[in-house]
Design a protein around this ligand. Structure first.
Ligand code: TRH
Length: 377
C-alpha cells in the first residue's frame, strides 16, 4: 500500500507557502509514489503554479474539515494549526497515530541543526520539527531528482518576455528570448549584454538600481516578473511595460508556471529572487543571484541574511565583499554599488556550481523527510 500523506498549507501571503508545499507534494507523489493530498486555503494558487497537474489531490481547506480519515504522515506547513476534527481523527487512528511533522521555514542560522528532528514539546500526539537547511543535520533543501532536465530543457519560449515596444512605441513584437537562451547554453560571459530576472518585494532600493542600469554603458534586458516587481518598475518608468530606455530594456513577464519560472532562472546571467522557494531555485540554477529576504519586524530578516551570507560567501574570494555589501544594501542596509557588484559576477558564477554541490551533499528535503517518516511508520 502506498504511504498516504496529507499536507496542510495556510497561505499567509505571497506565493511561497503554496510554492514550497506544491514542490514537496509533487516530489513525494512522483518520486516516492506516496498518495498525497494537499489541503490548502488558496487552491487557485496551485492551479497557477502547476496548471493541469494530476499527480496530487488538491483539496480546498476552509475551517473545519468534513469527516476525513487521518493519513499515515501528516505535514503542517510552517506551523499552520490543523483542524481540531482532523487532530481528533489522528488520535483515534489505529494501530498508531500518524507521523506528525511541522515543516518549518528555511534559515541558515546555526541553531537550526540543533532543533531539526526534535519532538515538539506538547502533550498528546507526538509531533516533530522538520527544518530545511544548508548544512548536515538539517532536513536539506527541496530539489527534484532529475532537476538538471526541467530547468534547461523546459520550453524556452515559455520563459521569455514580450519584446519591448520600440522607442517609436510601435507596440509589441514577437517574444524576445533572453539572449543567453538562444543557444540554450548557460550564460557565462559577463562583459557583454546581461539578461537579469527581477522578482522582489517592495524595495526602496529598486529605483537606484534601475537608474544605475539605465546610466550604465552596457545593454541590459531586465525580465520583470508579474506583481510587485512590475508595479514598482512601471512606477519608476512612469509608464507601462514593456519599454526600452537607452541601454535598458524592461520586458514584462506574465505569471509563469513554476517550472517555467525555474527555467527562466537558468537562462539569465543574474537573478533577483526573494523569500524562500525562488531563493533556493536560484541556487540550483547555478547562476549569480541576489536575495531579498522576506521582510520581518525589527529587521529579524537581516539576521537570516547575514547567516546565509556567512556560509555562501565563505569561499567566494575576490568579489565576496562587494557581493555581501550588495545583498545587504538590497535588503535595506547601505547604498547599492552596482558597478562593484557587476565586477563580482564572474567570481559568483564560478562559485555557483561548487556551492550547489555543497548544499546538496546531505540529501534533498523530500528524500530526508521520507527516511525520517518511514523510520517511524
Ligand atoms: O512569494 P514569496 O515572497 O513567498 C514568501 C516566502 O515563501 C516566505 O518565506 C514566506 O514567509 C511568505 O511567502 C509567506 O517568495 P518565494 O518563496 O520565492 O515563492 C514564490 C513562488 O512563486 C516560487 O515557488 C516561485 C513561484 N513563481 C512562479 O511559479 N511563477 C512566477 O512567475 C513567479 C514570479 C514566481
Amino acid at each position: 500500500m502506498p504511504v498516504r500523506c496529507d499536507i496542510f498549507c495556510a497561505v499567509i501571503d505571497n506565493l511561497g507557502d503554496a510554492g514550497v508545499c506544491w514542490r514537496l507534494a509533487r516530489q513525494l507523489a512522483t518520486e516516492f509514489r506516496w498518495r498525497v493530498r494537499l489541503f490548502i486555503d488558496a487552491p487557485a494558487l496551485i492551479a497557477r503554479l502547476a496548471p493541469g497537474q494530476r499527480c496530487v489531490e488538491v483539496r480546498p481547506w476552509a475551517g473545519a474539515l468534513a469527516d476525513v480519515e487521518a493519513a499515515d504522515v501528516v505535514l503542517e506547513a510552517f506551523a499552520c494549526p490543523l483542524p481540531p476534527r482532523y487532530v481528533e481523527a489522528m488520535a483515534a487512528r489505529r494501530p498508531r497515530p500518524p507521523v506528525w511533522i511541522n515543516l518549518e521555514y528555511l534559515s541558515a542560522e546555526d541553531w537550526v541543526a540543533g532543533c531539526h528532528g526534535l519532538p515538539s514539546p506538547q502533550p498528546g500526539l507526538p509531533k516533530f520539527f522538520f527544518f530545511p537547511g544548508f548544512v548536515p543535520g538539517t532536513g536539506g533543501l527541496l530539489r527534484e531528482k532529475n532537476l538538471a532536465v526541467p530547468m534547461l530543457a523546459a520550453n524556452p519560449a515559455a520563459a521569455v518576455s514580450p519584446a519591448p515596444t520600440s522607442p517609436q512605441g510601435a507596440g509589441r513584437h514577437a517574444v524576445a528570448v533572453p539572449s543567453a537562451a538562444r543557444d540554450s547554453a548557460l550564460p557565462n560571459t559577463f562583459d557583454g549584454p546581461l539578461d537579469i530576472s527581477l522578482f522582489c518585494y517592495d524595495n526602496p532600493q529598486l529605483p537606484a538600481l534601475l537608474a544605475a542600469w539605465h546610466d550604465g554603458n552596457r545593454p541590459i534586458v531586465c525580465h520583470v516578473c508579474a506583481g510587485l516587481p512590475r508595479q514598482q518598475v512601471e512606477r519608476w518608468l512612469g509608464g507601462p511595460l514593456p519599454a526600452a530606455v537607452g541601454h535598458l530594456t524592461l520586458a514584462a513577464l506574465p505569471f509563469l508556471p513554476q517550472t517555467d519560472y525555474d527555467a527562466l532562472l537558468a537562462r539569465c546571467h543574474l537573478n533577483f529572487v526573494r523569500g524562500e522557494d525562488s531563493f533556493v531555485r536560484a541556487q540550483w540554477a547555478e547562476r549569480p543571484f541576489v536575495w531579498q529576504a522576506y521582510p520581518q519586524a525589527e529587521g529579524a530578516h537581516r539576521v537570516k541574511l547575514d547567516a546565509f551570507l556567512a556560509r555562501y560567501l565563505e569561499k567566494v574570494g575576490v568579489g565576496g565583499t562587494a557581493a555581501g555589501d550588495f545583498f545587504r544594501a538590497w535588503n535595506g542596509a547601505g547604498a547599492l554599488d552596482w558597478p562593484a557588484f557587476a565586477q563580482a559576477l564572474p567570481a559568483l558564477a564560478a562559485h555557483a556550481p561548487d556551492w550547489a554541490r555543497r548544499i546538496r551533499a546531505h540529501g534533498d528535503l523530500a528524500t530526508n523527510l521520507v527516511a525520517f517518516c518511514t523510520a517511524r511508520l
